[in-house]
Design a protein around this ligand. Structure first.
Ligand SMILES: C[S@@+](CC[C@H](N)C(=O)[O-])C[C@H]1O[C@@H](n2cnc3c(N)ncnc32)[C@H](O)[C@@H]1O
Length: 233
């Protein structure tokens, strides 16, 4: 590893547990791009989105748990007017996404962080700063005793609502039926959110939505994804 202790202290954390991930591998080439880009577009622990020199008036949209960046790159290409905030605790995923955004020429209007979404939303995002939040195929934590590790929890849902502007959106996807119901039930019960499909409902798949790595895994295993869409009232 060539990433210095100082760099790691600023941009990288190691404490969060993630479901079914093996220790990842970051190549020398990826490391070089992390070293180049994170000081420019990374959100270090002390930096807030307000410090991040975002273009004025651009919609600010966050993806939580972007994996290897499939969806983030798609958003960057299809929404050239958006500022994208990518949040992902898995360092090899961050490294892959940074390379892909750089290759696509889209990285300068992205802000990327390897800190956990709970920390980012609590400490680095102001109230009513986000126009939208995507959460695609969050970790399922299938065992009942691990459900408390699922990212969508009552408090986390309430936190997301405070960070959204009025009329901001939350869109979620999962290929795990019990997680789909878990997320829907929590978000349906969260004050300030309206389920676009009606209470208890799911929306159709957005026609331009790409299949992410974890959605493809679900498809290979014969699972059909479900989609949720909420608006802050
Ligand atoms: C099942 S993967 C899905 C990845 C990608 N969204 C996809 O659809 O292929 C869930 C991702 O969420 C990330 N994650 C888990 N907890 C997180 C947290 N608290 N903050 C940010 N990312 C998190 C994991 O590291 C993992 O990459």
């Amino acid at each position: 590893m060539r990433l210095s202790k100082e760099f790691r202290d600023q941009f990288i954390q190691h404490e969060m547990r993630t479901h079914g991930r093996k220790n990842g591998f970051v190549t020398d080439g990826q490391e070089a791009r992390l070293l180049k880009w994170l000081p420019l577009i990374g959100l270090s622990k002390e930096k807030t989105l307000a410090d991040a020199k975002l273009p004025a008036d651009a919609p600010v949209v966050m993806e939580i748990g972007f994996g290897n960046g499939d969806f983030l790159v798609h958003l960057a290409k299809t929404h050239p007017d958006w500022v994208l905030v990518g949040v992902e605790i898995y360092l090899p995923g961050v490294a892959k996404a940074v390379c892909r955004l750089d290759d696509a020429g889209e990285i300068e209007r992205c802000r990327i962080t390897q800190l956990p979404a709970q920390f980012v939303l609590t400490n680095q995002v102001a109230e009513e700063q986000l126009d939208g939040i995507f959460v695609n195929h969050p970790d399922p934590w299938p065992k009942a005793r691990h459900h408390k590790r699922r990212i969508i929890q009552k408090d986390f849902a309430a936190l997301m609502v405070t960070r959204l502007k009025s009329c901001g959106f939350i869109k979620l996807a999962t290929d795990k039926p019990d997680l789909a119901e878990w997320m829907r039930d929590i978000l349906d019960a969260t004050p300030g959110l309206t389920n676009v499909a009606g209470v208890g409902g799911f929306i159709e798949r957005d026609s331009d939505r790409p299949e992410t790595k974890f959605e493809q895994r679900g498809i290979k295993a014969g699972r059909i994804s479900q989609f949720l869409h909420y608006i802050k009232a």
